[in-house]
Design a binder for this molecule. Structure first.
Ligand code: AMP
Ligand code: MG
Length: 495
């Protein structure tokens, strides 16, 4: 029976042939449902009661093309690890089309659905391990309120897939208003297809940024919009200790979304130089480097848009002026995010020094980033003897107690300037300092169980991560320090 209410459109498919290749997904043998995200399904306008029905599993395994869908692999290019890599494209993802949903159209994409003309010799598949990681982190980021592509479902199969070892295949269904990347623009720039470049920019503006169409130069305005959103996004990443791992320009969304979850990781112990991707030997994408890399990536996009800017009479200096705003925009966004983490509502001249000193302390002691900030809300402006030691939770995490106490004295002094009382401040801090994060070891436990056929842990973790700022007393174990074995986990690009 046809699934009548699930009716797709695909406006990207109506762009000229140079933009994509139409093809059907490769069937996934004997598919079974691993997990669905109810909030994501609701956002897509899909009734969660459908999840688990045979047609749901068939559609999200790629075994049945739904009404109105026009599956295609999109072409893009990009800079990988700072080097021009030429043509890439959806090597294992297919855009089915878009669903009309309450909050605007959402594109639905199957990832791991077989080879495409852009697979470059690879198998077009994704393994269960990486699909679970992408699924959970997409929804965890949404729970944190950080712009991201979403994940609707994972469907698994016994189909063997060879990576370092033999694993099994899965398809994760992703959702976003658009999956366009910096590399989508670089592709048409690098191949000298200026008409297609203009067509792509016009498509993006008309569909997602109509307010830019009336600007004197909509293309410069588009660049400015991406610069702003990217700066805001990376400030959010830094503020929760999220490391993307592979910030190549083909993994950068022009809508300012977190996209392409591979060897990502959240900081456990704070370390500026943490590199989550074990294939990244030079540490190009370390935690500390992420802002600079995002800035560099914006320059790649700026370069790609130059033919359009020039057509409008703009000069390289005009583009440079737009790109030059990155540093200020990022610094302002980060400082604001850090003030929020510290519960400082009114900016003060000494705030940057106060946060710098704290981060130096956290780095030196590899202090657990998430637990420290969550516990910081217990600190009172003027502690009383009866109240117990309000700072003990934080102090316990720091090896250098004298340094912590010196910082604490400055912090309390600073809190005295605040208009809010301790209670109000604590509540506000707990709305920005998550209690629950997708730490590597939590994902690893869910993956190990799933490989044994038990998907319950994926489900439980998903539920916890949907509300990362809420106290969830029944799930306290998910907020604990990572176990010793977690430090041995290695993540590479292999997915
Ligand atoms: P990533 O580093 O995951 O963003 O992937 C970079 C490029 O390699 C993209 O064009 C992907 O589509 C492609 N790719 C990655 N893994 C596979 C695979 N197993 N099969 C086909 N293409 C892949
Ligand atoms: Mg990618």
């Amino acid at each position: 029976m046809a699934w009548r209410e699930l009716r797709f459109d695909n406006s990207y498919a109506r762009l000229p042939a140079a933009f994509h290749t139409r093809l059907a997904p490769a069937p996934l043998p004997a598919p079974r449902l691993v997990a669905v995200s109810r909030p994501a399904l609701e956002l897509a306008g899909i009734d969660p009661a459908r999840a688990g029905t045979p047609e749901f599993v068939d559609v999200f395994a790629g075994n049945r093309v739904p009404l109105g869908a026009d599956p295609l692999a999109a072409v893009y290019s990009g800079h990988q690890f700072g080097v021009w890599a030429g043509q890439l494209g959806d090597g294992r993802a297919l855009l089915l089309g878009e669903l009309a949903a309450r909050g605007g159209n959402q594109e639905i994409q199957l990832k791991g659905s077989g080879r495409t003309p852009y697979s470059r010799g690879a198998d077009g598949r994704a393994v269960l391990r990486s699909s679970i990681r992408e699924f959970l982190c997409s929804e965890a980021m949404a729970g944190l309120g950080i712009p991201t592509t979403r994940a609707l479902a994972i469907v698994a199969s016994d189909l063997p897939v060879v990576r370092e070892t033999v694993e099994t295949a899965a398809v994760v269904t992703r959702m976003a208003p658009s999956f366009l990347r910096f590399g989508s623009f670089e592709h048409f720039y690098a191949t000298g297809q200026v008409d297609e470049l203009r067509r792509l920019a016009d498509y993006l503006i008309a569909k997602f940024r109509p307010e830019l169409a009336g600007e004197p130069d909509p293309y410069l305005a588009l660049l400015g919009d991406v610069v702003r959103r990217t700066a805001a996004l990376v400030a959010r990443w830094q503020s929760v200790g999220f490391c993307h791992g592979v910030m190549n320009t083909d993994n950068m969304s022009v809508l300012g979304l977190t996209i392409d979850y591979g060897p990502f990781g959240f900081l456990d112990g704070f370390d500026f130089n943490h590199v989550c991707n074990h294939s990244d030997h030079a540490g190009r994408y370390s935690y500390a480097m992420q802002p600079r890399i995002a800035d560099w990536n914006c320059w790649c996009l700026g370069q790609a848009l130059m033919p359009l800017v020039a057509e409008r009479g703009g000069s390289p200096d005009d583009a440079k002026a737009v790109l030059g705003q990155w540093g200020t925009l990022f610094d302002e966004a980060l400082q604001a995010a850090l003030r929020d983490k510290l519960g400082l509502a009114q900016p003060d001249a000494g705030d940057a020094a106060l946060t710098d000193e704290l981060f130096g302390l956290l780095h030196a002691g590899r202090v657990d980033f998430t637990l420290f900030f969550r516990r910081l809300s217990s600190v009172r402006t003027a502690p009383t003897d009866q109240g117990g030691d309000d700072a003990a939770g934080c102090r316990d995490l720091v090896a250098d107690r004298a340094a912590f106490d010196a910082w604490l004295a400055r912090y309390r002094h600073r809190l005295a300037l605040e208009a809010r009382n301790d209670h109000e401040r604590a509540a506000a801090m707990n709305r920005v300092n998550p209690k629950y994060l997708l730490r590597n070891h939590l994902a690893e436990v869910a993956i190990r169980r799933a490989r044994e056929g038990d998907y319950g842990e994926v489900e439980r973790l998903l539920k916890v991560l949907e509300r990362p700022y809420d106290e969830q007393p029944e799930s306290e174990a998910y907020a604990a320090l990572p176990p010793d074995w977690a430090s041995g986990l290695q993540l590479s690009c292999s997915s």
